[in-house]
Design a protein around this ligand. Structure first.
Ligand code: GLN
Length: 303
């Protein structure tokens, strides 16, 4: 497969869309990013990386980190996480509160904010330092020891974090959060603030295309767990647009409000695309279009 040629064709095709949509403004530190940025990378199973545009430029990983915390929690505690969080699409915005009360403080899935708070809480219980565990994992699997938290972004999220605080306290009232809420929120905001490039994330997500095997050949997840994470990404990874994303792209994918999206072709490769302009559901406009083009041009999809 000529990944490089495909990426260059995609960059030409989506050029008119770059700059469409709006960067996330509810986190002030993210609002200033240049909406004209676009990068895309593909990593194959052996760790070769191909890229186009701003594929080596760091951006705020945000909710993409939710995939990695889920994988780490599954690796530590197996199925026990599913007592605390569901696996159904929410059909609601990623920061919605409404379903939580009807469903007794058990969030619909690990990829909306409420679900991710529960998963980070589990990781905190397993490791005592959830955000550092995640950062170390991403450094190892991307092969980039320079990956770091962005203190300005974490601070900005914390200052404007009333919604996430409300979600966490509400779930704590149902007994679904084990750690003190302020400490949990800090780990969650640090986790979201990690800066990574398309190349870093495509490499770090490779275990999902390698059926659970890490870069060094050791196993993080069983084959079955890797399938489960990919399945939940497909059905829930782009919030209330997951149906549309599956229809257009046909791959497991996870987006973040930094404008990045990671996608997986099991047994073949991983992808990461970044462009900061978001649609009204919080997914990168040019990013979704680029992944849509990728599966059309290559025929690589899970369907
Ligand atoms: N840090 C963001 C938040 O908690 C993550 C949301 C996202 O990327 N969808 O609101």
């Amino acid at each position: 497969m000529d990944y490089q040629g495909v990426l260059e064709e995609i960059a030409r095709d989506v050029a008119p869309l770059i700059g469409s949509g709006e960067p996330a403004a509810y986190i002030p530190a993210l609002a200033d990013v240049d909406p004209k940025r676009f990068g895309m990378a593909v990593a194959d199973l052996d760790g070769n990386v191909y890229g186009v545009g701003d594929w080596r430029t760091p951006f705020s990983a945000q909710s993409i980190t939710k995939v990695f915390t889920l994988a780490l929690v599954l690796a530590h505690g197996g199925d026990s996480v599913w007592e605390h969080v569901g696996r159904e699409p929410s059909g609601n915005p990623f920061n919605s509160l409404v379903q939580l009360e009807y469903e007794n403080g058990i969030p619909r899935n690990p990829f909306i904010n409420a679900g991710a708070l529960v998963v980070t809480d589990r990781l905190q219980t397993w490791t005592g330092d959830a955000s550092s565990e995640l950062l170390e994992f991403l450094r190892r699997e991307s092969g980039n020891p320079e990956l770091a938290f962005n203190a300005e972004v974490a601070g900005s999220e914390s200052e404007h974090g009333d919604r996430n605080a409300a979600l966490a306290h509400f779930m704590a009232s149902y007994g679904n959060i084990a750690n003190p809420v302020p400490a949990l929120l800090d780990h969650y905001f640090w986790q979201c603030s990690i800066e990574t490039s398309c190349a870093d994330l495509a490499l770090a997500a490779r275990f999902l295309a390698r059926h659970g095997l890490l870069a060094d050949g050791s196993r993080l997840l069983t084959r079955s767990e890797a399938k489960q994470v990919n399945a939940v990404m497909l059905t829930c990874g782009t919030y209330d647009a997951a149906g549309e994303f599956a229809y257009r792209v046909g791959l497991p994918g996870k987006s973040g409000v930094g404008g990045g999206i990671v996608a997986v072709v099991p047994g073949q490769c991983t992808l990461c695309v970044w462009s900061p302009g978001l649609d009204e559901r919080g997914n990168s406009v040019a990013g979704v279009a680029a992944l849509d083009r990728f599966t059309t041009l290559t025929g690589l999809s899970v369907f």
